[in-house]
Write a protein of this length. Structure first.
Ligand SMILES: [Zn+2]
Length: 244
């Protein structure tokens, strides 16, 4: 449990602390993770005066939690009272699914567990489902027509299986601005779909046209994650020896 005392402690190290964390803090996971870290983060952000946003946003003084690809661990989060956002791929529900190619494309090597279709429907009735493409294409290397078709196939699929909480956000595969396909970006804009990126250290761009997220790394400390998240990298350096 993080108490207000921790915030006061941060203020003694950096009197302007409260000015740094007024940005939109969108955190995401795309592999197995420890739910208690998420609860700890939730308490920490609330304690320093941020508001939980049920979908990733650029609004200042907010934070949100989301997941990518074909996330399996959401069942451990049943005690969390708010909506989370899952940007999912859906090629695994096709009859001609190439499992090896897909698992490679999301950077896993073996033992990848897929979300069964009935669990996807259950997930979509309780949480938000965002677009992440039917397949996990690298956009910069893919033709616009393939990306459009891939998107429309996913849109149709969500409609067909009756997911009610589909949000108008598309998390770009691999998350990087440099992988954007300008023609596909234009297409998404015309459809009023917000583009979501995942670039560490970019959360400062709250007025940017893209929503930025930070990939929380469970293998490094809480403070080091905060340090990587923030735009002011020097600010967090003095507090790294401190353990929560
Ligand atoms: Zn992904």
């Amino acid at each position: 449990m993080i108490r207000r005392g921790y915030f006061n402690y941060l203020l003694t190290l950096e009197p302007n602390f409260d000015k740094f964390l007024v940005q939109a803090n969108n955190i995401y996971w795309h592999s197995e993770f420890q739910p208690e870290i998420m609860y700890k983060l939730y308490t920490f952000f609330l304690d320093i005066g941020l508001r939980y946003s049920e979908i990733p946003t650029n609004e200042s003084k907010t934070f949100s939690f989301s997941f990518d690809d074909n996330y399996m661990s959401w069942k451990g989060l049943s005690n969390f009272d708010h909506k989370l956002t899952f940007y999912l791929n859906t090629c695994q529900y096709n009859v001609n699914f190439d499992e090896t190619a897909y698992v490679r494309s999301i950077g896993h090597v073996s033992d990848y567990k897929f979300l069964p279709l009935k669990d996807l429907c259950d997930l979509g009735s309780r949480h938000n489902i965002g677009f992440h493409g039917t397949k996990h294409h690298k956009h910069s290397r893919t033709d616009r027509s393939i990306l459009v078709n891939d998107f429309e196939t996913q849109e149709l699929f969500f409609r067909k299986i009756g997911i009610c909480n589909v949000v108008n956000q598309y998390a770009i595969n691999y998350g990087m601005r440099r992988f954007l396909n300008p023609y596909f970006v234009k297409y998404l804009r015309q459809k009023n779909i917000n583009i979501v990126l995942a670039e560490p250290g970019m959360l400062k761009y709250t007025n940017s046209q893209f929503i930025n997220r930070y990939n929380w790394v469970d293998s490094i400390s809480f403070e080091n994650n905060l340090k990587l998240m923030t735009f002011n990298k020097h600010f967090y350096l003095p507090i790294t020896p401190y353990r929560l």
